[in-house]
Each structure stands twice: as C-alpha cells, then as structure tokens.
Write a protein that binds this ligand. Structure first.
Ligand code: TYD
Ligand code: MG
Length: 455
C-alpha cells in the first residue's frame, strides 16, 4: 500500500495534510508531527477484535452464549476495588499517570503477589533488568513465577507471550513500543496505536491479561495514552501531588465494573502501601483549633472521606493580590470568594488567598464548596472552626447552600470518625438518619453556616 505523509496531533491523533500550530480538535499547541501512513486516507491499518476472532457472520444476540467472567484478585485490595472486585481474565488495562507517580512500583508489587500462583511477564522498555531487580528488593517482594525482559519490539514481545503463555503481561511503557512494520519512531501516535493494537489482539487470542503503562504529562505533547482509551477494557489513572506521599488510583473507564471507585495509597520507602483509613489521615482532629481550617465530608468514588481544607487569607504585600488553590479548582475558589464578597460582605479586595487540600488529594465535587467558603472566612476573620464539626454543601452564586448527594453516607463517616456536629444543606435533613451523639445542623446559606461553625 502506498505510503503518504500526513501530520498527526501527538495528543489526540487528529490528522492534517499540512502542519498546523494549534490542533483544532484538542486545542493543543505545537503538537503536530509528520508521519507516514498507509492507505488512501487514515492512519495505517487498525486492528480490532474482528481480526482476532476471525471473520464471523452476524449472529442473533439471543444466540450468543456468555461464559461467566472469571476474576482474580491482584492481592492489592485498593487495586481490586478500582478494577471492580479483581482483574477479569483476559482483560486489557491501561494504567496512566505522570512520570514518577508510582505506576511501575504498583505493577511490580502487583506482579509480586500474583506471581505466587500465576505466571507473570513484565516487559520493560524503560528500566533495565538490574534496576527492576533492585526495585523488587526495595519493596521486599519474592517472585516465583515472575519473568522479566527488556524489550520494545512488538513482534518479539508477541513471540515471548506465545512461548511463555503467562497469565498477565505488563508493558512498561507503551511509549517505548515499536513495530518494525512502521518506520515512525517509538512514542509517535502511529507506533503507540499500532503496537498496542497488535499486542491487544495477540493477548485476546491467547487469553492473556495485559497492563499497558502510559505516561501523561500535564502539558504533555507526548503521544497521549488517551489514544488508547477506546481500545482497552479498563482505564485507571494514578494521581497525586509529587510532593505528597499520597496517591489516588481512579477508574476512568471499566467495561466490567463501576467507574466511580478510587483506591488510596501512600508511597513509602518500601513501595506503595494501601491506606485503609483515609479519613484518619486527611483530617486529623486537632485539640487546638487554628483559623483557616475546615473538615469536609467528600465523596471519593463510592466512599466518603473526611478531608481537611485549609485557607490562608492575608493582606497582600505586593501590588497585585495573588490567589492559588492546590487540590481544588482555582477558578471555582475565585467564584466562591466573589460570592462571599457580595453576599457575606467581607472585603477580600487587597488580600492574597491560598487554598490547600491536605494530603495532596484533589477534590472536585460541588459538595466541597461549603468547606472552602468556611475555611476562607475562618482565615479572614481569624476565628477557628470548632474541631468537632464537619461540613458538606454545594454553594451557589448567591452564597446559598444547595443540596448534595449521599448525605447519609457522609454523616455516617463523620460519626464513625468521632465528630459530633454536621453542618449540611437544610433541604437534605430529611434524608439522614439521626443519631443521639451527632448534632445535625441544616443551613440554607453560607451566612447561616458561619453562625454555626466557629468556636
Ligand atoms: P515509579 O514507579 O518509577 O513511577 P512511574 O513508573 O510512574 O514513573 O516510582 C517512582 C517514584 O517512587 C520514585 O521517585 C521513587 C519513589 N519510590 C519510593 O519512594 N519508594 C519505593 O519503594 C519505590 C520503589 C519508589
Ligand atoms: Mg515507570
């Protein structure tokens, strides 16, 4: 087939006949790289499940017999939770995350446990066999059925898979893969797509589980693992601030389970450790309360975690006041602050405002708004929030407190962790179970909440 030259966006795969500075699809700048593709239009042959299973005429859906999904525990509870109660036999999982976040460590630890009774093949294109051995000693793992190889050539990897017939293969990372049939260098859209499609097809045919490790960077122009999201069964992302030891594993897509699950880990000198009681870590109950801190009940996936949010509002010593939020959307913080100026009457005009969510976690749900408003007002007024109080509530533009989901779960978690008061939307009061040692305070506005939370 004749080769033609096109320009491909390395972020989203958008194709153009000429070089353009900004991708019209994903709006990324400088992401176009010249590549050769075969065929009259479109990147080289794309392989799907049809190619693996051979040609098969259409069948009636009612005639298709399904076998029960066989799941195996990975041995890491938090990972099993994210995968939907274990790993489905023969599934393909994409593990994404920024470099250095701990993807290889997680895969190595998982392999260590799984290789006790299953054969695991670890294909590393980044670290040498010696480095892997050193790391495995660091995490104190014994490996019985664990095979490692330094390889980036897809054809060779496929032959190893055929020869060894492992239960699972880990490819670390997709960016290093290359297929000899294509002349592009590894890391380009074509190589990532083609190589991973080849490996997926061969793994599906052999019934082998595949883990693709893929790097993403915040600004990254590197060919994104996002390109692979549609060909894999499960997409999980490893998140966290590099400065903090906590890591959150999040399911973005799961063909065999719910996507609202998160797993929480902490990175220690002996690898990743599961965090069994996240509320205890992200919201310690202090004896001496300090202004600017507030504990919220946040929904992370299907469970509630108590998380402390801290604000620092202080007179600006520079010309232009600075605002920054870590672990929370900065624009949302500014929106909430503008509401406070207008509706509560606090004058934040010449103040620097910083917000931090403790433990390096990120909260996105609207129910965290009230805690952010309370923390900002607490710092501004220099009044500490009572240390027996948890809050939850979405805040609107008029600084009204709006209803949130799963209030019952939130209150239960606060009670379990020993808190005594829960400030929540008044409209949600009817959905909560009342306990004798938990005072439930329904509020309609931030102003009303401020009347209840301070010492
Ligand atoms: P790594 O798994 O190599 O990240 P990724 O594959 O996502 O690029 O993890 C890298 C970081 O984790 C590295 O900075 C060192 C740290 N680390 C520990 O703190 N403790 C450990 O036991 C291990 C193995 C790594
Ligand atoms: Mg790695």
């Amino acid at each position: 087939m004749a080769l033609k030259t096109v320009f491909l966006c390395q972020n989203c795969g958008y194709q153009s006949v000429k070089w353009i500075g900004k991708c019209p699809e994903c709006e990324r700048w400088n992401s176009f790289v010249q590549e050769h593709v075969s065929g009259p239009d479109g990147p080289a042959v794309s392989r799907g499940i049809g190619d693996i299973a051979g040609t098969c005429p259409p069948r009636k859906l009612s005639d298709v017999k399904i076998s029960r999904l066989l799941r195996a525990a990975t041995g890491i509870g938090e990972l099993d939770r994210v995968l939907g109660d274990g790993l489905v036999e023969g599934s393909v999982v994409l593990v994404g995350g920024e470099p250095g976040i701990g993807k290889s460590t997680l895969m190595l630890q998982m392999s260590a446990i799984m290789s006790r009774d299953k054969k695991i093949l670890y294909v590393s294109g980044e670290e040498s066999v010696n480095q892997l051995k050193l790391r495995s000693e660091r995490i104190n793992a014994s490996f019985d059925n664990f095979y490692i190889v330094n390889e980036t050539n897809t054809s060779l990897i496929m032959s190893y898979m055929k020869e060894l017939q492992p239960w699972a293969v880990i490819v670390d990372s997709v960016q290093t893969l290359y297929s000899p049939g294509f002349e592009q260098s590894s890391g380009t859209v074509t190589q990532i797509k083609e190589s991973s499609a080849l490996l997926t097809a061969s793994a599906k045919a052999l019934g082998i589980c595949v883990f693709f490790v893929g790097h993403i960077t915040k600004e990254g122009v590197i060919a994104g693992p996002k390109l692979l999201e549609h060909i894999v069964d499960c997409v999980i992302y490893f998140e966290g601030q590099r400065e903090s030891s906590f890591r959150v594993l999040r399911a973005i897509k799961n063909r065999f389970g719910a996507t609202d699950e998160v797993g929480i880990f902490s990175m220690t000198d002996q690898g990743l450790k599961e965090v069994k009681e996240p509320s205890r870590i992200f919201s310690c109950r202090r004896h001496n309360t300090i202004p600017g801190s507030c504990v919220m009940a946040a929904l992370e996936g299907a469970r509630v975690i108590l998380i402390e949010v801290q604000a620092l509002v202080s007179g600006s010593s520079y010309g232009i006041p600075r605002q920054k939020a870590i672990g929370f959307d900065s624009n949302r913080m500014l929106l909430l602050a503008a509401g406070l100026v207008k509706n509560i009457g606090i004058n934040l005009a010449n103040y620097d405002m910083f917000l931090n969510v403790v433990g390096g976690v990120r909260v996105d749900e609207p129910a965290s708004d009230l805690a952010v408003c309370v923390a900002i007002c607490s710092s501004f007024k220099n009044k500490p929030v009572r240390n027996d109080t948890v809050v939850a509530g979405e805040v609107g533009l008029c600084s009204e407190v709006r209803s949130v989901s799963q209030v019952r779960l939130r209150v239960n978690e606060a009670k379990r962790m020993g808190f005594k008061r829960f400030v929540m939307p008044a409209s949600d009061l009817e959905n909560v179970i009342r306990y004798k040692d938990m005072e439930l305070i329904g509020v309609d506005s931030v102003k009303q909440a401020l009347g209840e939370v301070f010492v």
